[in-house]
Structure formats: structure tokens, C-alpha cells
Design a binder for this molecule. Sequence first.
Ligand code: ADP
Ligand code: MG
Length: 355
Amino acid sequence: IASQAPKRIKALDQDVVNKIAAGEIIVAPVHALKELIENAVDAGSTSLEIVVKDGGLKLLQITDNGHGINKDDLPILCERFTTSKLKAFEDLSSISTYGFRGEALASISHIAHLTITTKTADSSCAWRAHYADGKLALAKPGKSADPKPTAGRGGTQITVEDLFYNVLSRQKAFRSPSEEYAKILDVIGRYAVHCTGVAFSCKKHGDSAMGISTPSNASTVDCIRQIHGSAVANELINFEVSDDKWGFKASGWTTSANYHVKKTTILLFINHRAVESSAIKKAIEQTYSAFLPKGGHPFIYLSLDIDPQRVDVNVHPTKREVYFLNEDEIIESICAEISTRLSQVDTSRAFTTQS
Ligand code: ADP
Ligand code: MG
């Protein structure tokens, strides 16, 4: 048995490789949607309308009013590493748009049926194209795969159907569409708060009631009120802190010591991408523990701009957990500022009740 000859090593099929790569970027419908939201915002949209069916597994559709996509770019749009946002490796250091690796649409095309309808300002009509496995695909057998002219308004509509239809292991991982829908509403809510000037709406396919709807002229606090309620919105303190030495600028809204709930809510954006940072969460909770009763937690919206050369958003293919240089120093400055603001509000309240 020990002297068994080794099996020969062979390359995986490209198709398998593509599906593996796609599965690393898009683990759940919400990850596809996040990429689509970022693309729409990158395109200068002021309105994003989202429709979801079966928690996004059956349908994810996002309609924006951004600058659209040139018809001539449609054939390569869904190839891996095609992007309008990055030209040279050096650009990586100065990139300020959200996703920039040209992988989102490619990934989606490998694991779903993807249809894109888009119209630029200088085109007299919209163009519709279907994609499969990174390439233009036939709408129906026997028809041409070329983009078709169609009526449509300026902007782009992306329709993702039957997500994971060819990844059986993934399909089994989803127990409830409503759980997936909740994650979708959560991420849309984050971008609605962050992207002031952009209207967001989301509903289930066939429903008339909106799951989320925020107008483009709503302020940050308006959006927080709409999505998280007045109990949070009425207790928000604005903060701002920056330090050239560490190359960062942070601002946001955080709840006063009058508000506390069982679990911390952090809406964290780093360079305009919704991300997670366990280091930041821990430090914020630590800061609040001096102000809140035991077991009480805050709500905070924190937008952190860091010199792009200091951020490493590409460490993980999902780009959800982010790391940056001088993390400790930056987090310390932010928490010190929040702490100061919390004590100020505390003393001013105490003062008013005494007088
Ligand atoms: P990336 O965002 O990293 O460039 P994507 O695969 O997400 O890669 O998108 C590829 C390209 O398709 C983008 O660079 C952009 O030019 C174009 N694109 C995607 N979505 C939109 C949209 N909603 N509006 C306009 N252009 C878009
Ligand atoms: Mg993108």
C-alpha cells in the first residue's frame, strides 16, 4: 500500500476555477448586491431601485440612473479583471472608488443568469445583453448573443436570476429566504445612511410596500431615523476627528449615554466601502463601557477616510474585514474624541437639570 504510485497532477478545468473564484467573492446574495450597489454609486447615480425575490436567490435587480456603460464595452464587461477603474498597478495606491478589481460582474456571470440593460447619455437607445461564464450569451437558443437595442432610460439595470443555480453545495446552505432578505435590507440601509444625495429603495418582487425607501434629499440623521428609529436618531451626537500624521479623517454620528441596547450596531465605512473591523468594534465598546450601564451598547455610524496607500482592502477576497496601517493610533484618536463628546453631553445635561 505504501508504495502506491502517486496520481498525476492536472490543472482544474477553467470553468471549475472560475466557479471557485466566484464562490469566494459571492457567498450569499447580499454579497452580489453589495458589489452592484457600489458599482451604481461609482457610476454617479442619485437613485437606486432594488427588487428582490426569494431572498435574492431567485432575483436581484438593481436599477440606477448613473452614467451607463458604453455599448462597445458590453462584450468584455463580464470578463475577469475588466474594469474602468484601474489602469496600472500604481493606480492601486490612489484609487478612491469602491471595488476596483473588475471581478464582481465576472463572478456573478459564472454563478447566475445575468442580464444588463444600459444607456449612456449620448446613445439614442438602451442596449440589453445577457451573460454566462464571463461572456455574452444567447437570450434564446438560435438567437445572436449581440447586445440588442431596446427602450430604456439613462443608467443601468442589472438583473441577476437564479443565483447559485450551478453550485448545488451553495444552494443547500440557504435555509430561509427571509434571512437572506434581512441581510440585504441591512446592507442597503448602510449605504442609504452613508450615501447622502442618493435615493435608495428596496422591495420584494410583487410587493407594493417598500422594505426600505429613503429620498435623495434626506440627511444622514433622517436616514438613520427612517431605518433605525427615533429612539436612536434623537440621541445622536456628531463627531469629527482627523490627524495628518496618521493620514486619516473620521466623522459620524454616535449615540449619547442616554441610549443603550443589548447589541452594538456599527455602520462602518472605510473609504466609502461598508466593511467590518473587529478592532474598531472592540475599542468602541470599550469606550462606551465607561458611560453605559453594564451590558448596554451603542449605535454608531462611522465614516473613516484613510490615505488609500495605508489601507489593505484586498487582503481577503470578500473585502469585508479591512486592515490599515497605524490601526491602534487611529482607533485611539477616534475613541478619545468620542469619549470627550460623550462627557460633554453628559455634563451639559447634568448642568441643565441642576439649574
Ligand atoms: P469593478 O467595479 O471592480 O471595476 P465590476 O465587475 O464590478 O468591476 O464592474 C466592471 C465595470 O463595469 C466597471 O468598472 C464599470 O465600468 C462597469 N459597470 C458596472 N456596473 C455599472 C453601473 N451600474 N453603471 C455603470 N457602469 C458599470
Ligand atoms: Mg465593482
